[in-house]
Design a protein around this ligand. Structure first.
Ligand SMILES: Cc1cc2nc3c(=O)[nH]c(=O)nc-3n(C[C@H](O)[C@H](O)[C@H](O)COP(=O)(O)OP(=O)(O)OC[C@H]3O[C@@H](n4cnc5c(N)ncnc54)[C@H](O)[C@@H]3O)c2cc1C
Length: 522
């Protein structure tokens, strides 16, 4: 079926993939006046972007083998931090040096002095003895902010819309055929299709017989139910790799692994060995780590460019724009591959420049200066927002991190004083706003957009109420609300099972018993 009754819709560009790269690209193009359709088969940022370590960093490690990546990351991180300032926070790392540390204090300090040259590019301070600074960000929210700005600039953006094939005219790609959220098969024509599908880029390119070579590398994190430390802490793994223990909001991430991945990208398992590898390293610098309670694990696959030989960890994090007309004789298709979250804006700019050149569009890039939604104007201080709207300081702080100067608009709802969940301090007003204005179609979408069930209760306390609030906005029947809860509980359980110890299993039993008491029993 075509998009419009009269025939397939026409856009200048269809972007396939709404991770941070595709979202950034849609924004860049829309701001240049190009008509864009952005599609993601799942939700915004639900692929690799959301499974990252949530850092906008330069990567001092890359200085050893990939100086340019550190420089480019730091430069672009500087832009991202400025355009997304309500979303980012300074993250101070402690760098413990144990007796058998490969560098020792003096050489580590010297490495940090070299990194200090790059720190001003991203607005970070120079290091102090055995501490250094990076930026933290919620990549789900960063991705959404890009989607939202793209839409405000005239783009169309649709999540839960899988591109199933590319439309061809002879050898040329002239659009996509996708499955819409309501199940319809829809065709969308475009002058150019850009493949920004991250680790899935080879799969999308193959739809047109084109080739993208990646060396995908899987990484997992264990997520703890609280801030285990006010500082991030670096740790050395048994094979000498750098690991991180990073507090973010009300939780702590421990990660990450980096292993060649040959399996299915759509069903990533977290293995007990991977969890043990992380814990073994973490307990050398944080001895009580095994006594703390993990609430979930995350897994993602890096879309690293193909290279033969280097260990996964030493692979370059550079990016490449592939023109499939030149490489494979397939006009109408470009792929942007590789890179990092910390340089997504630059990747988008380079791609948008190439697209505009092909389309004959003269407009220049605005994304390095133009603030993302919520980052312009002065946001109210936490206390003032909390006092004015009768919400807790924690709820106000969370709201400001997600919406910045637009937070008061979200609270124009009588449900602003009602919390869906105490542990994540999410108000019903914000959840309803997300369902109405932020393309939340499932409970998992609400986790990504506004942190539903992201706290210590992991949904045990808040899911049922959340399904009512979202269901009310989206017109779900009682059966649909129950199904939504069941689906979320099952998925959350899968993400938690690999990190449960015996007390964790006991708590699961308890939670299961409680849920059986829910109406309709889960
Ligand atoms: C464990 C780990 C930790 C990391 N930590 C950091 C970090 O701290 N800082 C940093 O800078 N970088 C980090 N990275 C790298 C960074 O996360 C990635 O480089 C970046 O997020 C990739 O974004 P992307 O948009 O290119 O890919 P993705 O986020 O994967 O987006 C691709 C999107 O394409 C969609 N898609 C695929 N196929 C289709 C289709 N057929 N139709 C429609 N949509 C489709 C997917 O659903 C997905 O949402 C990390 C990576 C990993 C794995």
């Amino acid at each position: 079926m075509s998009e419009a009754a009269g025939g397939p819709s026409a856009h200048d560009v269809v972007v396939v993939g709404g991770g941070v790269t595709g979202a950034g690209l849609a924004r860049d193009l829309a701001l240049r006046g190009v008509s864009v359709l952005l599609l993601d088969k799942g939700d915004w940022g639900a692929g690799t972007s959301g499974a990252s370590s949530w850092m906008i960093h330069g990567g001092p490690r890359y200085l050893e083998f990939d100086w340019d990546t550190t420089r480019l990351s730091c430069e672009d991180a500087g832009h991202i931090v400025r355009i997304a300032r309500h979303m980012v926070h300074r993250c101070v790392f402690l760098l413990p040096v144990l007796r058998d540390h490969p560098l020792g204090i003096e050489r580590l300090e010297t490495a940090m002095e070299v990194y200090d040259r790059f720190q001003p590019l991203k607005g970070s301070h120079a290091h102090l003895a055995l501490t250094m600074e990076e930026w933290g960000v919620d990549p789900h929210r960063l991705t959404w902010a890009n989607v939202l700005d793209a839409v405000r600039a005239g783009a169309r953006a649709q999540n839960h819309s899988r591109v199933e094939s590319l439309l061809r005219d002879g050898g040329s790609v002239i659009g996509v055929r996708y499955r819409a959220p309501d199940g319809r098969r829809v065709e969308a024509r475009a002058r150019l299709v850009v493949n920004a599908a991250g680790p899935w880029a080879p799969e999308v390119a193959a739809m047109a017989g084109a080739r993208v070579r990646l060396r995908p590398a899987k990484g997992i994190h264990v997520v703890y139910d609280r801030r285990l430390s006010a500082f991030a802490i670096s740790a050395e793994a048994v094979d000498g790799r750098d690991l991180l223990l990073v507090p973010h909001g009300g939780v702590t991430f421990l990660g990450t692994t980096d292993d060649d991945h040959y399996g299915d990208l759509d069903s990533l398992d977290v293995l007990p060995d991977e969890v043990d590898y992380l814990l073994q390293a973490a307990e050398r610098v944080f001895p009580s780590i095994r006594q703390h309670r993990p609430v979930r694990a995350t897994a993602g696959v890096r879309p690293t460019l193909f290279q033969w030989r280097p260990n996964e960890d030493d692979l370059s994090r550079r990016f490449q724009l592939l023109d499939h007309e030149r490489l494979d004789g397939v006009p109408g298709l470009l792929t942007i591959a590789g890179g990092k979250l910390s340089m997504y804006r630059l990747m988008a700019e380079v791609t948008a420049d190439a697209v505009c050149e092909r389309l004959g569009v003269q407009a220049t890039c605005q994304t390095a200066q133009r603030p993302l939604p919520g980052a312009s104007g002065v946001p109210l201080p936490v206390r003032e927002l909390a006092g004015e709207h009768g919400i807790t300081a924690l709820a106000a702080a969370r709201l400001l991190e997600r919406h910045g100067s637009e937070a008061p608009e979200v609270l124009q709802d009588p449900r602003r004083g009602r919390l869906v969940c105490r542990c994540e301090a999410l108000t019903e007003a914000e959840l309803a706003h997300a369902a109405r204005h932020e393309q939340v179609r499932t409970l998992a979408d609400a986790f990504r957009r506004v942190g539903l069930a992201a706290g210590p209760c992991a949904g045990g306390v808040c899911l049922e109420r959340a399904a009512e609030v979202i269901g009310h906005e989206l017109g779900w029947s009682p059966g649909q609300r129950r199904d939504a809860c069941r689906e979320h509980v099952t998925a959350a359980w899968r993400a938690r099972a690999p990190v449960l110890d015996r007390w964790g299993w006991a708590q699961e039993e308890l939670a299961y018993g409680l849920r059986r008491g829910w109406p309709g029993g889960l």
